[in-house]
Design a protein around this ligand. Structure first.
Ligand code: DHK
Length: 146
């Protein structure tokens, strides 16, 4: 369980590479998952990746990580700013949580400045683009191996 990390991506991240590339970059979600699989392999972690556009499906995925994964790397996308349900699900997860945002949410519209998830996250990475996922996994490996 300690070496297992679940990567969870929220709504519209399936459109990465096509959607506002000036903000979210040109890499696709497939590229992100491939990068994360490669970094996880290097770090001796086992990675399982999931994406959904639906809040309840994301809650189900977080619940499914209970007792299975040592950590969750999550980009809740728009639900970052609205979802008490995702925060509650993360609070019911006993492992480590790292929140990732491709863009620097603090440089953007005011409604993106608040994250419900940050109250639970062990670390928050924003504004590093796709590299943020790699940084999150490296930090996660450190947290999981003490
Ligand atoms: C992704 C989204 O889809 C937005 O709704 C968030 C986040 C920011 C990101 O930067 O990865 O506000």
């Amino acid at each position: 369980m300690a070496g297992i990390v679940h990567l969870i991506n929220g709504p519209n991240l399936n459109l990465l590479g096509q959607r506002q590339p000036e903000i979210y970059g040109r890499e696709t979600l497939e590229d992100v998952v491939r990068l994360c699989q490669s970094v996880a392999g290097e770090l001796g972690l086992t990675l399982a990746a999931f994406q959904s556009n639906h809040e309840g499906a994301l809650v189900d995925a977080i619940q499914a990580a209970r007792g299975v994964a040592g950590g969750i790397v999550i980009n809740p996308a728009a639900y970052t700013h609205t979802s008490v349900a995702i925060l509650d699900a993360l609070n019911a997860f006993g492992g480590r949580v790292i929140e990732v945002h491709l863009s620097n949410i603090h440089q953007r519209e005011a409604f993106r400045h608040h994250s419900f998830v940050s109250a639970r996250a062990d670390a928050v990475i924003a504004g590093c683009g796709v590299q943020g996922y790699e940084l999150a996994l490296r930090r996660m490996a450190r947290l999981l191996t003490g």
